[in-house]
Design a protein around this ligand. Structure first.
Ligand code: 5GP
Length: 140
């Protein structure tokens, strides 16, 4: 799929759209999903412009997955989650709605079902509080 420079995650990377960031390094950025399926739903994206996993440079993909692990550790601690679900969708048929490669990190608790994908917007104060909790659990 061709990469669209005006997708929402490209705008977040350029600072043209707001985000509740939790982590950034040379190759990746992590921030809260604005329509979380569970409290603490966090996204990790490479800075490189790839629409999906098929278009990604394998070296950058590896570095992005290392960031996923780091942020998932922090999300697990921040939300005292016994389980962490990692999701990654490619193509509309798989449910992808934003065409910049990203990984979903979802803290899971027994009996707590997750909400519909990309449906209900969370309040900004809640998202900022959740981002602060994750940031506090990230090693420097
Ligand atoms: P996909 O459907 O492509 O796997 O996931 C896209 C995710 O991006 C969804 O979970 C959706 O809630 C989230 N999302 C859509 N627009 C925005 C936005 O403007 N900011 C943030 N932080 N997340 C967004």
């Amino acid at each position: 799929m061709a990469y669209d420079n005006n997708n929402i995650f490209a705008k977040i990377l350029r600072g043209e759209a707001p985000a509740f960031n939790v982590y950034e390094d040379d190759h990746s950025l992590a921030f809260m999903d604005v329509m979380p399926q569970v409290p603490g739903h966090t996204l990790v994206i490479p800075k490189d412009p790839a629409a999906d996993i098929h278009a990604a440079d394998p070296v950058i993909l590896g570095a992005t997955v290392a960031t996923v692990q780091k942020v998932a550790d922090a999300v697990k601690a921040a939300f005292a989650a016994p389980g962490i679900m990692i999701a990654q969708l490619n193509g509309p048929a798989a449910g992808q709605t934003v065409f910049h490669l990203h990984f979903h990190i979802l803290p899971r608790h027994e009996g707590l079902e997750f909400r519909m994908h990309a449906r209900d917007m969370e309040d900004a104060e809640v998202l900022e509080a959740h981002a602060a909790k994750v940031r506090a659990c990230l090693q420097p």
